[in-house]
Design a protein around this ligand. Structure first.
Ligand code: XMP
Length: 559
C-alpha cells in the first residue's frame, strides 16, 4: 500500500473539478440533464498517433502522472485499471504505466492489471502499487514491510547502463511512499537501483517491464522527469507529437466536421476555459456560433467590459450581452446560506440563458469548457473521494426544454494545456493566466446577505488585492488571491473619529489543482500595502485580516 494513496477524507475535494468557469460547474450538469451526448474529440488527425496509457489504481497522484507524460509531449490518457482492451487499443498505445494505489496486492480482491498489459509485449512501468502489481502477477512476492518508507530517500543506481537511467547521476533524491515491499522479484527481473530501506527500489526484466518503488511524478523526485522521459522515448519509442499546434489544428478540423451546418451556443464567463473553448469553435465555424454573456452582477470590477470587448470587438464573435444584475440581486435578497446562494444563482442563470437561447432560433450544440479532470472523475471506476463532488455545482431541477448535443473541445486537456492552447490561439495573456473564479462569483465571498452596497465594497477591496498582487508579480504564482467581505463589524479610529466598519479578509493560496491548498507566504510589506490601501480607499472598511489556513481543513472560498 502507498501511504500517499490512502483515500482522502470525504469532503476534502468536493470542489476539486472546478476550474472557475461557470460552464464547467453548471453546463455539464445542464447538458446531462438535457440528455446531451458526449462527443469524443478525435485526435486521429495527429501525425502518427501515439499514446501512453496510465492505468489508474486509485492513487491521488495518477492524474499527475498523466500530466507529466503530456508535459513530455506524449499524448496520454488516464483510464481505470480495468479498462476494456477496445478502449485502450483505440488510442494506439506505445506503453503502459500502472499507477500507485491504496490497496495491498496480497489482499483478496486487490485490483490487478488486465492480461493485455503483459500479452501485447508493450513496455510497462509500474509505479509503487503498480510495481507491486507487476511483482504479484509475474510470479514474485510482495509482503507487508516492517516499516513504512515515507518521504525523502536517496536512490543509488546499481545498473547505470539501464536505458531507464540514461543521463542520471549515480545517486539522486527520490520521494518514497509505501508500506509493502518487494520480497522476491518475479523471474527474469533484476534490481536496478536501491535506497537505504529498499533493496529493490527499481527493477526491470530487460524486456521493457520496469517497476519503481518511488514516485517519479512528484517534484521531490529530482530526476523523476528524466526517468519518465527515458521510459517514453527510449523504451516505448514515442516521438512526442502531442503539441499545442497539432492540438489546435486537430480540434478545429474535428469541430468543423462535427458541427457541419449546425448552430452552436456557448456561454462566456470571462474564464480561460470558456475563452479557449469559444475561440476554437469560432475559428472552426465562425458565425454559426453565438455566445451568450450573462452579467449576473457578481463579477469583479471591469470584468464585464473586458470580456465583452475581447470577444466582440477584438475577436469579432457573435456575442449577446445580457445585463441581468438586478434580477440576480432580487433573487438573492434575504439569502444567507451558501448552498442556497449557489442554487438560486444556478437556477437564475439557466432561466436567463434559456430565454436568450430561445430567441436565437434552432440551436444544435451547446459548447462547454469541460476539462480532462472532469472527464476522469465522472468516468473513473476507482473509488475516489473526488468522484462525489459537484453536488453544489449542480443547478438541479432544470427544465428539459432544449435538446442539445455537447461540444467539448477541451475534453482531453489539463488546465495548463488549456493555457498553452490559449496562448497558441493568440488570446490576451491576462485572460489566459486568469486565476480561477467561482461560478457564483462574489456572492460566495460576501458572508451573509448579498446587497448592492456590499458588492461595491467587495469589488473595491478585491480590485486593490488583485492590483497589488499583480504589481508584486505574484499573480501567476498564486492559484487564487482575493478579498472576502465578512459580516463582522469592528471599532476603529480614523482621525479624531471612532469608526464602526466592516472587516475584510484577504485570501491568497498556492495550489496544484484546488484539491489541497496552502496559504501563500506573502511578503509583509505587500500585506501592509494591501491593508492600508483597503482601509484608506474603501469606504465602510476599517480592518483587514489575512487568512492563514490551508486546505484542508479550510476550503479556498469562505462559503
Ligand atoms: P474550495 O472553496 O472548495 O474551492 O476549496 C475549490 C475551487 O473551486 C472553486 N469554487 C467554485 N467554482 N462554483 C464554481 O464554479 C462554485 O460553486 C465553487 N465553489 C468553489 C474555488 O474558487 C476554488 O478554485
Amino acid at each position: 500500500m502507498d501511504d500517499v494513496n490512502r483515500p482522502q477524507q470525504a469532503g476534502d475535494s468536493h470542489r476539486v473539478t472546478t476550474t472557475g468557469d461557470i460552464e464547467v460547474s453548471t453546463y455539464l450538469e445542464i447538458a446531462r440533464e438535457l440528455g446531451g451526448e458526449q462527443p469524443v474529440l478525435s485526435t486521429e488527425a495527429a501525425p502518427e498517433r501515439e499514446a501512453v496509457v496510465v492505468l489508474d489504481f486509485g492513487s491521488q497522484y495518477s492524474m499527475l502522472i498523466a500530466r507529466r507524460v503530456r508535459e513530455c509531449q506524449v499524448y496520454c490518457e488516464l483510464l481505470s485499471y480495468d479498462a476494456p482492451w477496445e478502449r485502450v487499443a483505440s488510442l494506439n498505445p506505445r506503453g503502459f504505466i500502472l499507477s500507485g494505489g491504496p490497496a495491498s496486492v496480497y489482499e483478496p480482491g486487490a485490483p490487478l492489471a488486465p492480461s493485455y498489459v503483459y500479452e501485447n509485449h508493450l513496455p510497462v512501468l509500474g509505479i509503487c502499487y503498480g510495481m507491486q502489481v507487476i511483482t504479484q502477477q509475474l510470479g514474485g512476492q510482495v509482503s507487508p514491510g516492517t516499516k513504512n518508507e515515507y518521504g525523502h530517500a536517496v536512490l543509488h543506481l546499481s545498473d547505470v547502463n539501464s536505458p531507464l537511467f540514461a543521463g542520471l547521476p549515480p545517486s539522486s533524491p527520490v520521494w518514497m511512499s509505501h508500506g509493502d515491499r518487494i520480497e522476491r522479484m518475479p523471474p527474469g527481473f533484476t534490481a536496478l537501483a536501491y535506497t537505504e530501506n529498499s533493496p529493490v527500489a527499481v527493477m526491470g526484466n530487460g524486456r521493457g517491464i520496469f517497476g519503481l518503488q518511488f514516485h517519479p511524478e512528484v517534484v521531490h523526485t529530482a530526476e523523476g522527469k528524466a526517468v519518465l522521459k527515458n521510459f517514453l522515448f527510449r523504451i516505448c519509442g514515442c516521438k512526442g507529437n502531442w503539441t499545442v499546434g497539432n492540438f489546435i489544428n486537430d480540434s478545429i478540423a474535428s469541430t468543423k466536421q462535427q458541427v457541419g451546418e449546425g448552430r452552436v451556443i456557448s456561454a462566456l464567463s470571462g474564464g480561460v476555459d470558456s475563452a479557449v473553448t469559444t475561440t476554437i469553435i469560432h475559428r472552426a465555424i465562425g458565425d454559426q456560433l453565438t455566445c451568450i454573456f450573462v452579467n449576473n452582477g457578481l463579477l469583479r470590477r471591469e470584468e464585464v467590459e473586458r470580456t465583452f470587448n475581447t470577444f466582440r470587438l477584438n475577436l469579432g464573435m457573435n456575442v449577446v450581452y445580457v445585463d441581468a444584475a438586478q434580477r440576480f440581486l432580487d433573487r438573492l435578497r434575504g439569502v444567507v446560506d451558501p448552498e442556497m446562494k449557489r442554487k438560486v444563482i444556478g437556477e437564475e442563470f439557466i432561466r436567463v440563458f434559456e430565454e436568450q437561447a430561445s430567441q436565437i432560433g434552432k440551436v444544435d450544440f451547446l459548447a462547454q469548457g469541460t476539462l480532462y479532470p472532469d472527464v476522469i472523475e465522472s468516468t473513473s471506476s476507482v473509488s475516489r473521494a473526488s468522484a462525489k463532488i459537484k453536488s453544489h455545482h449542480n443547478v438541479g431541477g432544470l427544465p428539459a426544454r432544449m435538446t442539445l448535443r455537447l461540444l467539448e473541445p477541451l475534453r482531453f486537456l489539463f488546465k495548463d494545456e488549456v493555457r498553452q492552447v490559449g496562448l497558441g490561439l493568440g488570446l490576451p495573456e491576462d485572460m489566459v493566466w486568469r486565476q480561477p473564479f467561482p461560478g457564483p462569483g462574489l456572492a460566495i465571498r460576501i458572508i451573509g446577505e448579498v446587497t448592492g452596497e456590499k458588492l461595491e465594497i467587495l469589488r473595491s477591496a478585491d480590485w486593490i488585492v488583485m492590483n497589488e498582487i499583480k504589481k508584486a508579480k505574484l499573480y501567476r504564482q498564486l492559484w487564487q488571491s482575493f478579498a472576502i467581505l465578512t459580516d463582522v463589524k469592528s471599532v476603529g479610529v480614523m482621525g479624531d473619529y471612532r469608526t464602526y466598519g466592516y472587516l475584510v479578509a484577504v485570501r491568497a493560496v498556492t495550489s496544484e489543482d484546488a484539491m489541497t491548498a496552502d496559504w501563500a507566504r506573502l511578503p509583509y510589506d505587500l500585506l501592509a500595502r494591501i491593508s492600508s490601501r483597503i482601509v484608506n480607499e474603501v469606504p465602510g472598511v476599517n480592518r483587514v485580516v489575512y487568512d492563514i489556513t490551508s486546505k484542508p481543513p479550510s476550503t479556498i472560498e469562505w462559503e
